[in-house]
Design a binder for this molecule. Structure first.
Ligand SMILES: *[C@@H]1O[C@H](CO)[C@@H](O)[C@H](O)[C@H]1NC(C)=O
Ligand SMILES: *[C@@H]1O[C@H](CO)[C@@H](O)[C@H](O)[C@H]1NC(C)=O
Ligand SMILES: *[C@@H]1O[C@H](CO)[C@@H](O)[C@H](O)[C@H]1NC(C)=O
Ligand SMILES: *[C@@H]1O[C@H](CO)[C@@H](O)[C@H](O)[C@H]1NC(C)=O
Ligand SMILES: *[C@@H]1O[C@H](CO)[C@@H](O)[C@H](O)[C@H]1NC(C)=O
Length: 298
């Protein structure tokens, strides 16, 4: 009995887990930093109430939490992405939002709906907490902030067969890696090193300036959801698979070496996705926590 359990545990450790982590730490940090600058007063108040003390009021401090717990909360690991059938460059909720056991809703867009719905039921003022016992709103906030980031990483809505680029081995300059990791981390890390004096906060400031100077006309389109929905993750996912096909997979076949040409042409895509992720996370939280004020007063 004991032996068998040890063997099962041992086998579990040997199974190559799909290593589809979200944007790297830097990407999630950037999205949440940008987001915090766009929060309404109500939303900022609610977020600060919900953040764990260790975050010291900084949403960005907990934006990689969902990656840290994904092996402890095994059920959550499918919630980081939504892959499409191979070579399909469009996304459809009913077809694509499931885990590897085909359980529906278990994907990044389903998770965004789930945690949006949970937070809408939150009563931050704490007057009717018996309604809220089923949810941990601190976790809901940390999951939501992370998954809104993930759904904006183009290869989080990539093809199923290559695990969103995880099984496409490439070189990033001289370093051996895979295509998914290039989009999670390497592009951002190389940009920070090359253009931003090795300081992520300078890159974040440049993106923030771009939002106000260059993309100000686009921001309300980014924020908007049809039918006044609180969140519209299907739209973000559709954009991602389209960008994955046009930019991420293109000229990145197994074994290829990606260098300046790929880096410099893809970096603006990454920067814009970080901007959109940040602006939209704020828009979602702003919508959640105004409807919430009403609930709290009822
Ligand atoms: C919804 O959230 C709960 C609580 O974290 C979790 O147990 C459940 O798996 C989530 N479902 C989806 C589809 O995200
Ligand atoms: C909610 O989740 C956080 C983070 O996992 C945890 O520290 C806290 O104890 C949880 N709260 C409750 C009431 O379970
Ligand atoms: C805005 O875009 C222009 C043209 O693409 C570029 O030259 C400029 O540096 C951008 N501004 C910022 C703040 O990045
Ligand atoms: C969205 O909300 C606005 C303001 O509350 C309202 O005027 C508009 O009719 C709503 N649109 C839809 C499609 O429900
Ligand atoms: C700013 O916007 C310009 C034009 O869209 C783009 O080329 C550039 O990469 C962006 N830079 C940052 C830091 O977002």
């Amino acid at each position: 009995m004991y032996n068998r359990r040890v063997i099962v545990l041992f086998l579990l450790l040997l199974i190559p887990l799909p290593t589809v982590l979200g944007w790297g730490k830097e990407g999630h940090y950037a999205i949440c930093k940008i987001s915090q600058g766009y929060l309404s007063e109500d939303a900022l108040f609610a977020v600060k109430q919900l953040l764990p003390d260790s975050a010291e009021g900084d949403l960005a401090a907990v934006c990689s939490w969902a990656d840290q717990v994904r092996f402890h909360y095994r059920w959550s690991s499918a919630l980081h992405y939504a892959d499409t059938p191979d070579f399909k460059c469009n996304y459809e909720y009913c077809r694509d939002c499931h885990d590897s056991y085909k359980r529906k809703d278990r994907c990044v867009t389903g998770a965004i709906q789930n945690y949006t719905m949970q937070l809408k039921s939150a009563d931050v003022a704490g007057t009717s907490s018996e309604l809220n016992l089923n949810y941990n709103f601190t976790e809901a906030l940390m999951f939501l902030a992370h998954f809104v980031g993930d759904v904006h990483q183009p290869l989080h809505v990539g093809f199923t067969g290559d695990l969103g680029g995880n099984s496409i081995a490439v070189r990033w300059y001289r370093r051996k890696t895979n295509l998914h990791y290039v989009w999670d981390d390497m592009i951002i890390q190389s940009a920070v090193k090359t253009f931003y004096d090795s300081d992520l906060s300078i890159m974040i400031q440049a993106i923030q300036r771009n939002i106000t100077d260059n993309w100000s006309n686009d921001v309300s389109t980014w924020e908007h959801c049809a039918h006044n929905y609180t969140a519209c993750p299907d739209r973000y996912a559709s954009e991602s698979i389209s960008l994955a096909c046009k930019f991420a997979y293109r000229n990145a076949t197994p074994g290829s070496t990606l260098e300046d040409e790929y880096f410099l042409s893809r970096l603006p895509i990454v920067e814009k996705r970080l901007a959109q992720g940040g602006v939209r996370l704020a828009a979602i939280l702003n919508r959640i926590f105004t409807s919430k004020t009403r609930i709290a007063q009822a």
